[in-house]
Design a protein around this ligand. Structure first.
Ligand code: NAD
Length: 441
């Protein structure tokens, strides 16, 4: 069920009756394939501390946006580079810039702040790290009413070039990242790949998405296909009808197998080896909940959640690490804000999702030829959350900056970003797609 407050008539009625209901902003989403014109209509100001980095960044965006200045009456986006702000006093530039434009940012606008950790002195390190708090606070302060997303790109690898930061910023300025706000995203990986256009980002890539007959997995499969990948859908035999219907739509392959089956990982690996030159993308999405407080939780409920959500994902990833991954393959694991904050009745689920986050981090660290990142959704409107009691669902929605649940498409776009060269600067990280949920923030 979708958020009832997204219904235009109900919103109007609530407003007319002056009911003290949170009226969530309507988020603008773009589900078209990436194009060179993705941001061309957006009036974006790129400002900050004057230096080489800022000038290079401005050049990167030169032909991609509608340039704007802080003197324009209304803008759609703002990038503030804080690189080389080295003292507490220097942060006043950040204060002044944001203060002067904050009320001019249009609905569904974007703010991307860029910092760069400089540990040459305790002071410079502290100044740059403190920007984390500023950006999180700003996201909560300005996001709610107008659906403005604020995110920080924090450079922690000194070799990251302005073009790598620009690629990540491209996604966070776009209407594909509408439900992501309040995040501190580390750019920690200097990969040095060249990149000129976002068109058909995943052309000729071979991608597996587990649990893709419905929900977030099905949306992820659609995004990967849209960007040019050949998708292999994996789901349980009971999901045959949905999986085959989606396969027809996406010209995808289907493997109907329970991923916890003892021979599932080897079967899937063999399928890829027999039919393709290797695997470029693995999305470990299949997941289940079996909620009970621990005193009432059966060993079957404990085991089934750990086996689907974590063990099967590890087995599948490890077998492709042994043989089957192409160089620089991208692995994405579905974690959850429950894995970050913990949740009553979910000791099994929260453990599995914290485990997924840890596993993606470990895979990235131990395999220099792979990218591995986790995605942590907040409350997303799917069949999984449809079964929750009304007040739990309402809590999940309203405890976010945007006062609403996200859509499977929001998670899918983040997965698409993390499977693409736009995110080559990001490795071993976890990004939340939660509308700025207070849970675990
Ligand atoms: N919906 C949310 O709010 C939310 C929040 C945080 C995290 N997540 C995570 O996102 C992922 C997708 O969630 P969703 O809401 O789309 O769930 P969903 O229940 O709608 O879909 C899950 C899919 O996985 C498949 N699946 C389950 N067990 C399987 C198995 N053993 N082998 C193969 N396929 C299997 C199911 O058949 C189904 O098609 C899960 O890992 C979930 O934990 C969801």
């Amino acid at each position: 069920m979708n958020d009832y407050l997204q219904n235009a008539t109900l919103r109007q009625m609530a407003k007319m009756l002056n009911l003290p209901l949170p009226i969530p902003p309507v988020l603008k989403r773009n589900s078209d394939a990436y194009s060179d014109h993705e941001l061309i209509t957006k009036k974006i100001v790129i400002t900050g501390k004057e230096n080489e980095f800022l000038h290079e960044l401005q050049k990167e965006f030169h032909s991609k946006i509608s340039a704007a200045t802080i003197y324009d009456a209304s803008i759609d986006g703002l990038i503030v580079s804080c690189i080389e702000m080295e003292s507490i006093e220097a942060l006043e530039d950040l204060y002044t810039t944001v203060k002067n434009v904050v009320n001019k940012i249009a609905g569904n606008g974007r703010v991307v702040i860029i910092s760069r950790i400089d540990d040459s002195s305790a002071l410079s390190y502290t100044v740059q790290r403190s920007i984390d708090g500023f950006s999180r606070a700003l996201s909560k302060e300005i996001g709610g009413k107008k659906g403005i997303a604020v995110n920080l790109l924090k450079i922690t690898n000194e070799n990251i070039m302005p073009d790598e930061a620009a690629r990540a910023a491209f996604f966070f300025l776009s209407d594909k990242s509408s439900f992501i706000t309040g995040q501190v995203i580390e750019l920690n990986n200097s990969f040095g790949s060249s990149f000129s256009s976002p068109v058909k980002l995943l052309q000729d890539k071979i991608a597996i998405v587990t649990g893709s007959a419905r929900g977030i997995g099905a949306s992820a499969a659609r995004v990967l296909h849209r960007e040019g990948a050949k998708v292999i859908l994996i789901d349980v035999p009971a999901a045959k009808q949905d999986a085959e219907q989606l396969a027809q739509e996406l010209h995808a392959d289907v493997i109907l197998e329970d991923i916890t089956d003892i021979k599932a990982a080897a079967d899937i690996q063999q399928y890829v080896i027999n039919n393709y030159k290797g695997l470029d993308i693995l999305v470990n999405n299949a997941g289940i909940t079996r909620d009970k407080t621990i005193a009432k939780m059966s060993i079957d409920q404990w085991r089934s959640v750990l086996n689907v959500n974590l063990k099967a994902a590890i087995n599948l990833t490890e077998i492709f690490i042994e043989k089957g991954f192409n160089k620089h393959a991208k692995v994405v694991g579905l974690s959850s804000i429950s894995g970050i904050a913990g949740n009553v009745g979910q000791t099994n689920y929260s453990l599995s999702k914290a485990g997924m986050l840890a596993y993606m981090h470990a895979v990235a660290k131990k395999n220099p030829d792979l990218f591995a990142n986790a995605v942590a959704p907040g409350f997303i409107e799917t069949k999984m959350t449809e079964t929750l009691p009304f007040f739990v669902r309402e809590g999940g929605r309203r405890l976010s900056t945007f006062k609403q649940g996200g859509l499977p498409e929001d998670v899918a776009e983040l997965i698409g970003f993390l499977c693409s060269p736009l995110s080559d600067g990001i490795n071993g990280q976890c990004i939340r797609v939660c509308g700025g949920s207070m849970i675990g923030a």
